[in-house]
Design a protein around this ligand. Sequence first.
Ligand SMILES: Nc1ncnc2c1ncn2[C@@H]1O[C@H](COP(=O)(O)OP(=O)(O)OP(=O)(O)O)[C@@H](O)[C@H]1O
Ligand SMILES: [Mg+2]
Length: 511
Amino acid sequence: MEEKELFISIYEISKAVTSSTNYEKNLRYISNILTTLTGFDNVLIALKEEDSDKIKLFGNSKNITFEKGEGIIGKVWKHGIPIVINDITKEEFFLNKTKRNLDSYKNKKVAFIAVPIKIENEVLGVLAVDKSNIRNEPLDKYVKFLIMVGNILGQSIKLISKMEKEKRKLEEEKSYLEKQINMLISKSGIDGIIGKSKQILEIIDTIKKISNTSATVLLTGESGVGKEIFAKAIHNLSERSDKPFIKINCAAIPENLLESELFGYEKGAFTGANSTKKGKFELANGGTIFLDEIGDMPLLLQAKILRVLQEKEIERLGSTKPISIDVRIIAATNKNLEKMVYEGTFREDLYYRLNVISIHIPPLRERKEDIPLLIYYFLEKFNKMYGKNLTISKELLEYLQNYDWPGNVRQLQNTIERMVILSKHEKLDFKDLPADIKNKLQNIKTVDLKNKTIDERNLQLSKTVQEIEKEAIEKALKESGYVIKEAAKILGMTPRQIKYRIEKYNISFKK
Ligand SMILES: Nc1ncnc2c1ncn2[C@@H]1O[C@H](COP(=O)(O)OP(=O)(O)OP(=O)(O)O)[C@@H](O)[C@H]1O
Ligand SMILES: [Mg+2]
């Protein structure tokens, strides 16, 4: 055999391993090259099995394995050096596990060359060939050649197995994610409501119990905790679910329009009332009306709502004819209505009418065990939405779980969405966090809490959180060019929350 032919074989082999990551196909192809092109009589490739101390012959249906030191192949594997036997038929260590017909080798003087498949000092397997050698040519050029092939194989095997490991890890993470999501969806039992904390499970229990009554429900809780999705869930679980669910945002509609929105009007009731229009109460007939931000309802209108609750009838503006209606009322607020009653800004009688069934949804920071579930849920949701396949690092998960989420679930949802959109890697990490959250966490961590009494520490911590909040709002305002609505978006808060805090922290608000 000419050196040139060996060279061509090496070229073909290296081309094969670099062009495909299909490991079995590569090995079969290389075996073929070694027999047809290089002219060896028989090619054996034995590779270390995962989690085992043996090497196993590749591509042999009989599952032939070798222990360390067993036969020639086992010896090459054990010592990591090539072994050459000039005549197979005369070698006592030769085991012939593949049962070649040695009689046919008798007059051919068949040599056996076995070399390690190596990467650095790790032996991954053994490559062995039979070479009939009637003309007694020196074998060392074949040994050198096979060592080269062994090294190429070693590199490619290592690379492919690393890739496969990573792929497997990714797949495991993905199925873990899917499992988590299935688990948590089945846990709450309500589509789209995620949570496993005691508080949330209790709320779910309550709404399942009360959904089929017509009792008025008052949902309270900070902004973004989920008041609206719980209101919808109550409606969806009720017999009214095929009737309308109509939401009225009492804070968003100007006071002079709110009444006509709610009760409708007759043609000519006021200038501009060119035709009769049904109000939301009438439109919701048979269904549910959701009075969002009820704490912002003007006192005058509170009296009228009270009347609807008592009489179960309404009058359109400009009419004195009562229309009886059957609606379930769910009200929500992030205000402290009791305090408002005390201060005289909310009617006491209406408060008691609304507060038949009262459900308080605690802020996210008081039910931190819900945070990872929500993160996985939103990650999956936005992965799908944006055609990505992102996972999340453990460190980031921990950080997010310890963050206090002033904008609650809405802020968490916005944060994940933003990270999914902006991330350029496969895995979300600490560096992908929006700056405001990152900074806060770092600030909290660097506060010196040592050598303080517990009360002092709590005071210090809450003071710090407030300072941090103030800073975040100042920063968001600056970033948004002092547009409150935009700043609110950045922080996952409502404009009203921002306004409230601007006053509370005395933030200078320059345009
Ligand atoms: N438990 C939850 N599972 C899944 N998504 C949730 C959950 N809680 C809240 N969300 C989501 O968070 C966002 C905010 O929720 P929602 O609008 O119900 O809050 P809210 O209490 O009405 O806030 P606000 O007082 O600001 O109106 C919504 O997109 C909602 O779907
Ligand atoms: Mg809401």
